[in-house]
Design a binder for this molecule. Structure first.
Ligand SMILES: Nc1nc2c(ncn2[C@@H]2O[C@H](COP(=O)(O)OP(=O)(O)O)[C@@H](O)[C@H]2O)c(=O)[nH]1
Ligand SMILES: [Mg+2]
Length: 425
């Protein structure tokens, strides 16, 4: 059995850098470069020596099986310079360690039942989180919340199949077998519910795409700048100033929002560039999660937009005109009036259909696809079809479900999953 070594902290310059060893020889390899004996789970300060360098480091030894991977693990906390960390790594390799593959520590942890595949994948969500909403969801996933729901789907399907298989084995016992539709339908409903959360999950992960559209000079670029709190987009009183789309990411109440400023839409564009801009604006409208329809409150000129899209009408320049129609909100890019209300409303609109309270949402595409495939198979079940065919459909659906939790997974899929991890994770 090999002992692997990897740098657990990002490459760069930092106060502290951590190197991790896992395997039966972790302790003996460390002893060849560190000058102090190690006591399990105690931090020991000492000197690490390699060819042409030394560093004062803190070392912790976690004996198997009570470690991250379940094997003997040694963690070395050195000064966090990339060259120093590489030299320590080379020294460990010289003493017999093998460089770890991306995600190999976590993979060993999964193999040793230190965590489930789901928890391993969720730890990646935690590391990659860019907003509080993602952090909270990742924590729930890591606590095994998705696993629980998937297990209950699995159980319903296994129960249903067992009943059907019993009819198949002893057909003479029953004249007209009744299909276990309660279990099948409940599994379907639960999968459906999880799939609904996936839409929300994608939005949380990628950010809510909010597109500012409107007639030229309505004040889209001014509002865009106010919303991002910066002068990013050029503002003039000349209609047709914005000819390209400009986007910026912001977070509001822990939710990521991608704001996109577009060219004002009008029939008589004055240049080829503006024409391209208008075409681009029209295509970007399709991808938006929410449209901010900006209207000049003094002219009330309304742009054409797809009404089936989630949208918020914003009457700008309310500083110039006292009243605005009540189908939208009155704001002013000039005075800053109600700018925050726009953000608050966007977040409310986007999270209205969100999973409630402590519920999780799926952000992992692999898991989403597997659920979709299982759902398609269950949807295909025709109650009048031969029983063995129904049983086969359930078996196939179960194999997709098993790939989510890792109970039915092959090496290649595992390779793929862990290749997304960083080195040293
Ligand atoms: N009084 C007033 N003028 C505004 C406001 N917002 C934008 N403007 C002006 O309206 C003109 C067009 O603004 P701009 O942001 O370029 O509009 P866009 O073409 O929709 O991007 C500029 O002269 C802005 O200064 C506002 O809230 N109040
Ligand atoms: Mg503009």
């Amino acid at each position: 059995m090999k002992t692997i070594v990897g740098i657990a902290t990002p490459m760069g310059f930092g106060g502290v850098g951590i190197l991790r060893l896992s395997g039966a020889d972790a302790l003996s390899i460390t002893a060849k470069m560190f000058n102090r004996p190690l006591k399990p789970r105690y931090a020991t300060l000492g000197v690490l020596t390699g060819d042409n360098f030394t560093d004062t480091v803190l070392v912790i030894y976690f004996p198997a099986p009570h470690s991250f991977t379940g094997e003997d693990v040694v963690e070395i906390q050195a000064h966090g310079g990339w060259h120093l960390m590489n030299r320590i790594m080379q020294t460990a390799i010289k003493h017999g360690a093998t460089p770890a593959e991306p995600g190999e520590f976590t993979r060993i942890a999964v193999l040793n039942n230190k965590m489930t595949l789901n928890q391993a994948e969720s730890s990646l969500e935690l590391i990659n989180a860019e907003s509080d909403a993602e952090l909270q969801n990742a924590a729930r996933l890591m606590a095994g919340e998705l696993e629980k729901q998937v297990n209950s789907i699995e159980k319903d399907l296994i129960d249903a199949r067992a009943l059907i298989d019993a009819y198949l084995d002893y057909p003479e016992d029953l004249d007209s077998p009744e299909l276990p539709m309660t279990q099948i339908n409940r599994a379907k409903a639960n999968i459906e519910q999880l799939l609904t959360t996936a839409n929300h999950g994608q939005m949380i992960k990628n950010g809510i795409n909010v597109c500012l559209i409107g007639c030229p000079n309505a004040g889209k670029s001014s509002l865009f700048n106010s919303l991002i709190g910066d002068n990013r987009s050029i503002v003039t009183d000349i209609a047709g100033t914005t000819t390209d789309t400009i986007s910026e990411k912001i977070t509001y109440q822990g939710i990521k929002i991608n704001l996109i400023d577009t060219a004002g839409i009008r029939e008589n564009a004055t240049s080829v560039i503006e024409e391209h801009g208008i075409a681009r604006a029209k295509s970007i409208i399709q991808e938006a999660d929410i449209l901010l329809v900006i209207v000049d409150a003094t002219t009330r000129e309304m742009v054409d937009y797809p009404k089936d899209k989630k949208h918020l009408i914003v009457y700008n320049k309310s500083d110039l005109c006292a009243d605005a129609p009540n189908d939208g909100i009155a704001v002013s890019a000039k005075t800053g009036k109600n700018i925050e209300l726009i953000l608050r409303t966007i977040v409310e609109m986007a999270t209205k259909t969100a999973p409630t309270g402590s519920m999780i949402y799926i952000t992992n595409e692999r898991q989403t696809n597997l659920l979709r495939q299982a759902q398609n198979l269950l949807a295909e079940i025709n109650p009048h079809a031969p029983l063995d065919q129904i049983s086969a459909n359930i078996t196939l659906a179960l194999s997709y479900i098993g790939k989510i939790t890792g109970t039915d997974i092959d090496e290649r899929t595992l390779d793929e999953i862990f290749s997304k991890f960083c080195l040293g994770k």
